[in-house]
Design a protein around this ligand. Structure first.
Ligand code: GZL
Length: 302
């Protein structure tokens, strides 16, 4: 747990820093690490923010505890990336009753609370799933697909799966299992899949880290990833882009974690009571092997 500190009131009675409590869901993937770095690099005193940052190790109860602590610390703004979509009604109502604005980051919530947050910034997960599905439909139209799902019930898993299957059709999916967005659990799930679904031609992994775990399982089984079994992933972190360049991934949809500066701006606008968009989608693209070279991979910011 890291906590931001700041001289109360700044130098010589200057502008007060905006006190922000941020509950990050974990440190499960390269994407999350880059996202945390971007947030901590932007939510700074120079940008007028006193950040209290708490990591939940991918456990919802830790996030709920952190959110309650932020209420008792009377934060000016509460921001968080919800590990799964549901289970937030009570704590969101407590935050609302305390009159503290919520800025939702990255993942999404499914709640009955009226107007639970002021604004959300993140990726269009459904569009990412559609983009992956369109490439598979174009390049592997008859593939037997194993879907390596992210954390079950997370907005990223639900929406990527929905977008992907809308394009490829449910019948193309021979099996599914969650690797919880981590490399280790992705490897374990893929090892089991190779036993249970030996006719698998292609893996759609909801993030690079699980795809990298799948590479390890496929190679351990004496097969060639990217050839015997194609792999399509989402994120485009450096390790994923290296796997694409090495021919072990076949297509990588980008999910951009570097939006700390946009988040800092939104927080200042919310604190100032300015109008802000309900949603801000971060810019992102997708990559095939032919699109990149080693210099491009080396220059990747995350
Ligand atoms: C997506 C983010 C996902 C990433 C994973 O915005 O929530 O969580 O795709 C991360 O790498 O674990």
């Amino acid at each position: 747990e890291e906590t931001g500190t700041a001289a109360a009131g700044g130098e010589g009675g200057g502008d007060e820093l905006v006190r922000v409590g941020f509950s990050q869901l974990g440190a499960e993937s390269g994407w999350r690490t880059a996202n945390t770095e971007s947030i901590q690099a932007s939510l700074t005193e120079e940008n007028g923010i006193d950040l209290t940052f708490v990591d939940a190790q991918q456990r919802q109860e830790n996030q709920i505890r952190a959110l309650r602590d932020f209420v008792s610390q009377d934060m000016d703004i509460i921001a968080f990336s919800p590990v799964i979509e549901t289970g937030w009604d009570q704590v969101l109502q407590e935050i609302k009753d305390a009159g503290i604005p919520v800025v939702l980051v990255d993942r999404t919530v499914d709640t009955t609370v009226e107007d639970p947050f002021v604004t959300w910034i993140g990726s269009d997960f459904r569009a990412e799933g559609v983009t992956a599905g369109e490439w598979v439909a174009e390049n592997f139209p008859d593939a037997n697909i194993f879907e390596l799902q992210g954390t079950l019930g997370s907005g990223a898993q639900v929406d990527r799966q929905e977008g992907f299957r809308e394009v490829v059709g449910d019948d193309a999916i021979v099996g599914e299992a969650s690797g919880n967005f981590t490399r280790a659990e992705g490897r374990t799930a893929m090892e089991a899949a190779l036993q249970a679904y030996p006719d698998t031609d292609l893996v759609f992994a909801h993030n690079d880290d699980m795809g990298l775990g799948a590479i390890e399982a496929i190679e351990a089984a004496g097969m060639v990833p990217g050839e015997d079994i194609a792999i399509v992933t989402v994120d485009a972190v450096k390790d994923g882009m290296q796997a694409l360049l090495d021919g072990k991934f076949n297509y990588v949809v980008e999910c951009n974690p570097v939006f700390g500066d946009q988040l800092a701006e939104l927080i200042q606008q919310v604190h100032a009571g300015e109008e802000v968009p309900e949603q801000t989608f971060v810019e992102e693209t997708a990559f095939e092997q032919a699109d990149i070279d080693q210099a491009f991979v080396d220059e990747r910011p995350y």
